[in-house]
Design a protein around this ligand. Structure first.
Ligand SMILES: C[S@@+](CC[C@H](N)C(=O)[O-])C[C@H]1O[C@@H](n2cnc3c(N)ncnc32)[C@H](O)[C@@H]1O
Length: 266
């Protein structure tokens, strides 16, 4: 991991696989990569906090785009530069700082996804500031997040451990900024073009449940083992292991996938 940031999750092979798998869960669930309300004329696209850069690679399969630029505070997870499709370039940029001068106003679309672990104090405004700087007048922001306050447990009272994990998500992750995002963007004079809220397709019920468990395992090793009460990392791993078994018996934690599309005033 880079030294310059305090990202709370790992950037090892397991988390690399986790965020890449999520790409396909999102795509299958939304049915689009770029929201259908966004003009077909867009050419230049930036993906902030891009992670591995996989979303841009999928977009890059369509030759109609010109520049597909991914930015992340750390280059540690990037797909190797010589394996990227034409147009895709990845570069380390910290979104908590003002956008570099040469990038200001250069993009038709800014895409953001999955910054739950990066937004602190329920306040995403620093990311909005950065995104608006990158957009051309009339450009679109497309922001995709899980709503951590809308996880639905399906378990018939048979999954007390998975229930505890869901409760931790709802009570410990400050998440009201997600459902408030359209209102927050309106305060920035952005026009809201679309707000989609849908649950994962049924064949990904188990996938999202396992992915949720994996995040708590990462939390155990990245935080509890180092800074939590003694033994709390092991307690969390035991809870996750029991939740996995409950998922094997059919329990699942359904997630709400939210996409907000907003347009910068012309
Ligand atoms: C959960 S991953 C999401 C990756 C990607 N958006 C996706 O959907 O697969 C969160 C990403 O945010 C990045 N990140 C954290 N703080 C950041 C910052 N200040 N500026 C830019 N990226 C940041 C992390 O390095 C990580 O790659």
């Amino acid at each position: 991991m880079s030294k310059e940031d305090n990202y709370p999750l790992t950037r090892g092979s397991i988390s690399w696989t986790r965020i890449n798998l999520l790409q396909y869960v999102w795509r299958d669930t939304l049915g689009y990569l770029i929201h259908p309300e966004i003009s077909r004329q867009v050419r230049d696209i930036a993906d902030i906090a891009t992670g591995t850069g996989l979303w841009l690679c999928e977009i890059g399969n369509d030759n109609s785009y010109r520049n597909l630029h991914g930015y992340d505070i750390s280059a540690d997870s990037f797909i190797d530069a010589n394996n990227l499709p034409p147009g895709v370039q990845l570069r380390a940029v910290d979104a908590s700082k003002p956008a570099p001068e040469e990038l200001k106003g250069q993009y038709d679309v800014v895409h953001i996804r999955l910054l739950q672990s990066v937004v602190h104090n329920d306040d995403p405004t620093w990311i909005i500031d950065h995104s608006i700087e990158l957009l051309r007048p009339g450009g679109y922001l497309q922001w995709e997040e899980f709503d951590p306050l809308q996880v639905d447990l399906h378990e018939n009272g048979q999954a007390p451990n998975l229930a505890k994990l869901v409760e931790k998500l709802e009570t410990r992750v400050p998440g009201s900024w997600v459902s408030n995002l359209p209102a927050t963007l309106q305060r920035y004079n952005m026009n809201i073009i679309a707000v989609d809220r849908k649950r994962e397709v049924p064949w990904h019920h188990k996938t999202v449940t396992h992915l949720c468990c994996m995040v708590f395992e990462e939390y155990a090793s990245m935080f509890l083992d180092k800074a939590g009460p003694p033994g709390s990392g092991d307690e969390m791993r035991a809870l996750v292991s029991a939740a996995y078994e409950e998922a094997q018996r059919g329990a699942y934690a359904s997630h709400l996938f939210q996409t907000v599309v907003a347009q910068k005033t012309k």
